[in-house]
Design a protein around this ligand. Structure first.
Ligand code: PEP
Ligand code: MG
Length: 816
């Protein structure tokens, strides 16, 4: 092989590969070369060559030079996710091109705005065979000599042969198919084994050690691929390849959806997902694979099999949904997902292409999972678990197997890579001590279920948790997202004492029929946040004295059309009936921003948190507001009406006018969720019957940190002194008119926030139903004078962690 001169395919700045912000290129996993930060809009051929592949997203080409060198040109980083926007290929696979000939036109401006980087690596594949010398530096023009490629002495030898050949088929779940980055990672994974692995797709095949060859297969998302492996470690290599291709999370979107920030402290840091403390031995869960029949019968037979399995699973979910509560809610949501025709239609289409029912179902699920994962929103991505859960249930039904929940020894802490919602739902909450996950998300359904079951859970501990051995005794502090893996006998005994004490106090609070009071006898209303009749039933069982926040948008989340006044009236009445004669605060529809309402057709906004949301939506749609107010006023028990996201007095006046026009009588209150409302609380208090502070939104708007953005999650803490000062200002403004102040945001359910809130003047707390007894027990141990002193000190502290440390000490001193 003779030397090759590679000419600059772009005009721009020469950049070392090490500076490319993607390890696949920077660590030369695909090969050696150079990158150019472009200043023009056309990628041209770097040498005379044949085009091997043009990726369907138009962001990358592979070429074989006339001397046989293989090259990859990859425009920008993560540009595959642009789905072809701003990228226009000028050639097709198979074309012969001369150096300097146009390959891909790109919209530089669009790429700069929409991709993490536009720097473009130019790679010579397989760095073990060639040496690459850099010729140019600084600014280059298209066609300037850039690199010289020199063959190294000696050829690489394929070291593996012999043994049985293992064959398996799978479906590619990677959301953007096997493009450059995952191809490089797959090569890395296979290289670790003594095995020869070949991938077959259609009439093409490629060695799993050749990134360019793999790209040449054109494996898109959902493609079926056959894998052949031989050699001493063929089985392990085959398993790795299958796992890799089926793991849609390989394609996570790291830029838009970073991992939640982990807690810092002694031991292992994770993210709190459901509050509580646990101590016990680790019980590690490994998920058993469900066998999938890959040989297909006739399309009719496979369709019948799939329909039967779907019907059986649907029946099981409907049955489970009747349980009510968080578990029933999640099972109902799974039932709705299963009934979504998108899934079954995709699976039936795949059966039509000759796939078995099981493989077709896997393919349909993989497609939807990929869509969720590519959303860039971690909360949406967390819904992928629900689909994986459905995948397992239907595959088990097809295989005639029961789905069993994890069996966990009593008192153990369940440790797993991740947990599906149904696996959490199947746990015996009285016997399992807690849950710690290597991955997982704090807003997943699994986390919501754990919180509803009173199971402490923390997530995202990463590899350090995976490394802890089975049976090791640990302390899990799910309030702070910490694990102490080295707790000695004394620390464990202390933790057990704390758990036992809190449990006894909760039992006592549940049993106590009287109203909630502090130690010194100050009356604090203990309310619950509700979104369904089932919630109301749990809240009453737990000792809630009323509802401080009915999230009415939760009742109508999955609808395609707006609920009628009658439908609303029926639902509100059912919840009021479940509450008996306890008071109920109904919040007007709070949609827009991060809260979807498919039936509303709200405009897509550049800055949704600051756009049409909360009360602004209702005021923009007068009929919607009239209907909702009318429905609330029709409830037999008198309800209070609360407006979300208020920033100005005029919004409150507009709501009051509607109440009067509807001819009803109801107290009208304001949610304090914007700094504007908190600062002008004295003005609002003149016209408001009550305030309820939405600390979730108040925190995000005060700190200018998106409450749903995992990258800033660790900073979004309502105990930040700035937020506390606004809560203080709200209470002061309210006091001038004797307006009562409650808190219905998540600070109300936070043990470390409760003393401060009471100290600032809050007289009502509204918390998730499962937290009612615990918070009621805590309030009973607090002395208001001491809370006031603690609150005054907290306002002068510099940070939320300082406030948390301050209250932790105070609670320790009073034995709470
Ligand atoms: C809040 O913002 O604190 C609140 C209770 O409302 P939501 O969480 O529903 O926005
Ligand atoms: Mg809110």
């Amino acid at each position: 092989m003779s030397d090759l001169t590679v000419f600059a395919p772009l005009a721009g700045w020469v950049t070392p590969l090490a500076d490319v912000p993607d390890a696949v290129f920077a660590e030369k996993m695909l090969g050696d070369g150079i990158a150019i930060d472009p200043v023009n809009d056309m990628l041209c051929a770097p040498c005379d060559a044949v085009v091997l592949t043009v990726h369907e997203a138009g962001h990358a080409v592979t070429l074989r030079s006339t001397d046989g060198y293989e090259l990859i040109c990859h425009i920008g980083i993560d540009t595959v996710s642009l789905g072809g926007q701003g990228l226009t290929p000028q050639v097709q696979a198979g074309a012969k091109v001369l150096a300097g000939q146009p390959l891909i036109r790109f919209d530089l401006d669009h790429l700069v705005r929409n991709a993490p980087a536009v720097v473009t690596p130019i790679i010579v594949a397989d760095a073990t065979l060639y040496g690459v010398e850099l010729i140019a530096k600084g600014l280059v023009a298209v066609g300037d000599p850039l690199l010289r490629v020199v063959p190294l002495a000696g050829e690489a030898v394929e070291s593996v042969a012999g043994g049985e050949t293992l064959v398996q088929e799978t479906v590619v779940a990677l959301s953007h198919g096997l493009h450059a980055r995952p191809a490089a990672r797959l090569v890395e994974a296979v290289r670790r084994h003594e095995a020869k692995v070949t991938l077959y797709h259609g009439d093409r095949h490629a060695s799993a050690l050749s990134a360019v060859g793999l790209l040449g297969l054109g494996l898109g998302h959902g493609a079926t691929v056959r894998i052949e492996a031989s050699g001493a470690q063929a089985a392990a290599a085959l398993a790795d390849v299958i796992t890799f291709l089926k793991d849609a999370t390989v394609e996570e979107t790291p830029v838009e959806a970073p991992e939640p920030a982990r807690a810092e402290g002694p031991g292992l840091g994770g993210v709190p997902a459901a509050p509580g403390l646990a101590v016990g031995p680790i019980h590690r869960l490994t998920r058993a694979a469900i066998p999938v029949e890959t040989v297909a019968g006739s399309a009719d037979e496979e369709t019948t099999k799939l329909n039967d399995a779907l019907a059986r699973v649907r029946e099981g979910l409907e049955q489970a949904a009747t349980a009510g509560g968080a578990r029933g809610g999640v099972m109902a949501a799974h039932g709705a997902m299963l009934s979504d025709p998108t899934l079954s239609e995709a699976a039936l289409t795949a059966i039509g292409r000759g796939l078995s029912a099981g493989v077709a179902w896997q393919e349909a699920i993989a497609e939807q999972v990929a869509i969720l994962l590519s959303s860039g929103d971690r909360r949406i991505a967390e819904r992928a678990d629900d689909l994986r859960d459905l995948e397992r249930h239907v595959l088990a039904a097809l295989a005639g197997l029961p789905i069993e929940g994890p069996s966990v020894p009593a008192g153990a802490i369940l440790v797993a890579e991740d947990l599906l919602p149904s696996q959490v739902a199947a746990l015996d909450a009285a016997s399992v001590a807690g849950i710690a996950l290597v991955r997982g998300g704090p807003t997943s359904h699994a986390a919501i279920l754990a919180a509803g079951m009173g199971l402490p859970m923390a997530v995202a501990f990463g590899d350090p948790l995976a490394a802890l051995e089975d049976g090791r005794d640990i302390i899990l502090d799910a309030d702070r997202g910490l694990i102490d893996p080295d707790a000695d006998a004394e620390a464990q005994a202390d933790a057990r004492d704390t758990i036992a004490r809190r449990k006894a106090e909760m039992e006592a609070a549940r049993a106590a029929q009287g109203p909630c009071r502090t130690l010194d006898g100050t009356r604090i209303e203990m309310f619950a946040n509700l979104g369904s009749v089932a919630d109301a039933e749990v809240a009453v069982r737990e000792g809630a004295e009323g509802c401080g926040l009915l999230r009415t948008e939760f009742l109508f989340l999955d609808r395609a059309t707006a609920p009628t006044r009658e439908e609303q009236a029926r639902d509100y009445q059912a919840i009021a009936d479940a509450l008996g004669d306890r008071p109920m605060i109904v919040r007007l529809l709070d949609v827009g921003g991060d809260k979807p309402a498919p039936y509303m057709d709200l405009p897509v906004e550049e800055n949704p948190a600051l756009g049409l949301r909360g009360i602004r939506v209702s005021l923009a749609d007068p009929q919607l507001l009239e209907d909702q107010v009318g429905a609330i006023l029709s409830v037999r028990q008198p309800c209070r009406i609360m407006a979300p996201m208020v920033a100005s007095l005029s919004e409150l006046e507009a709501v009051r006018a509607v109440v009067e026009r509807q001819g009803g009588k109801a107290e009208v209150g304001v949610m304090i969720e914007t700094p504007a409302a908190a600062i002008s609380a004295d003005i609002l208090a003149r016209k408001a019957d009550f305030f309820s502070i939405g600390t979730n939104d108040l925190t995000q708007y005060t700190l200018a940190m998106d409450r749903g953005n995992a990258a800033v999650a660790a900073g979004v803490d309502g105990l930040h002194p700035a937020v506390l000062r606004l809560i203080g200002a709200t209470c002061d403004g309210a006091a001038r008119n004797d307006t009562p102040v409650g808190v219905c945001g998540s600070l109300a359910a936070d043990r470390l926030a409760v003393p401060i809130l009471l100290g600032l003047g809050v007289t009502e707390l509204s918390v998730p139903p499962a937290r009612v007894a615990a918070i009621k027990a805590l309030v009973g141990k607090l002395d208001l004078a001491r809370c006031r002193a603690a609150a005054m000190q907290a306002l002068a502290l510099p940070s939320a962690p300082a406030v948390r440390a301050h209250v932790t000490k105070m609670l320790q001193e009073i034995g709470a």
